[in-house]
Design a protein around this ligand. Structure first.
Ligand SMILES: Nc1ncnc2c1ncn2[C@@H]1O[C@H](COP(=O)(O)OP(=O)(O)OP(=O)(O)O)[C@@H](O)[C@H]1O
Ligand SMILES: [Mg+2]
Length: 239
């Protein structure tokens, strides 16, 4: 396994605390929840930031974690975390060009390994739907306490629905103010069709202060990892 170094930007105290709460809520979902997909309705709501930080926070707690970048269409992970070296990624494995062990990288975060997306293939949904993906998840489940799968947005492409079929649970990231309640409900309905358990919602990019001159400060919060149903079943709330 090759080593890579991820360069993280410094996060605020509140942001880190929100992820610790999220970690607790994930752990309390039960030991049968090991493979977790992270999705959203729209692009840019914060799936990648959220999934990498979930993986990192679980690893910091001593859990053995692997983060998979299954956004084969538009991955930014390699550039965002300033990984300088050439890598082979998930698309290389899914297309049969490499073994699974070739695409797993150990990181400078103890207990956290990573699979990058790799070169953008012409047929992402097909690749994610093939038996290589199922086999990878089965193998990784044995080796790691948690497998965190970063996916493209649910509302744009079918990839997440394909991925979710092989996951134990899915977390929806909602960028505060980015989407309507109606759209969130529609996406939730789509997710339910995959029969994957919806673990909860992360409300991201929450403005954590009312003071205007701090208005550039954003945080992450989470909604009801045990109360998702209540949150969503509030049918009378409409846009
Ligand atoms: N809590 C936050 N506070 C401030 N900026 C954030 C936060 N979460 C994400 N961002 C920023 O928002 C942008 C989109 O984040 P990210 O790439 O994680 O979204 P995504 O949902 O994975 O996007 P895509 O659909 O393109 O994969 C990035 O520039 C990221 O740095
Ligand atoms: Mg992303």
């Amino acid at each position: 396994m090759r080593d890579i170094e991820l360069i993280f930007k410094e996060n605020s105290f509140g942001y880190k605390e929100a992820f610790k709460s999220l970690r607790t809520n994930i752990i309390f979902c039960g030991s049968d929840i090991k493979v977790i997909a992270v999705t959203s309705c729209m692009p840019n709501e914060g799936k990648t930031e959220t999934s990498i930080n979930i993986a990192r926070t679980l690893a910091e707690d001593g859990r053995k974690v692997i983060y998979i970048d299954a956004d084969l269409r538009k991955s930014v992970v390699k550039t965002r975390y300033k990984v300088g070296q050439k890598i082979v990624g998930f698309s290389h494995y899914l297309s049969g060009q490499n073994e699974l062990s070739d695409v797993i990288y150990s990181t400078n975060v103890d207990n956290m390994d990573m699979i990058f997306a790799g070169i953008e293939p012409p047929n992402p949904a097909e690749l994610l739907g093939n038996t290589f993906f199922t086999k990878a998840i089965e193998t990784l489940k044995e080796k790691y306490d948690y497998v965190i799968v970063d996916t493209p947005p649910m509302g744009s492409v079918a990839d997440c629905a394909v991925v979710s079929r092989n996951c134990d649970g899915v977390i929806m990231v909602i960028g505060a103010g980015d989407i309507s309640f109606k759209f969130a409900k529609e996406t939730k309905k789509q997710l339910e069709k995959t029969n994957c358990r919806i673990l909860g919602v992360v409300l991201n990019k929450v403005q954590t202060t009312k003071r205007k001159y701090y208005s550039g400060y954003y945080g992450t919060s989470y909604y009801g990892y045990k109360r998702t149903k209540n949150y969503y079943s509030n049918e009378e709330i409409e846009d």
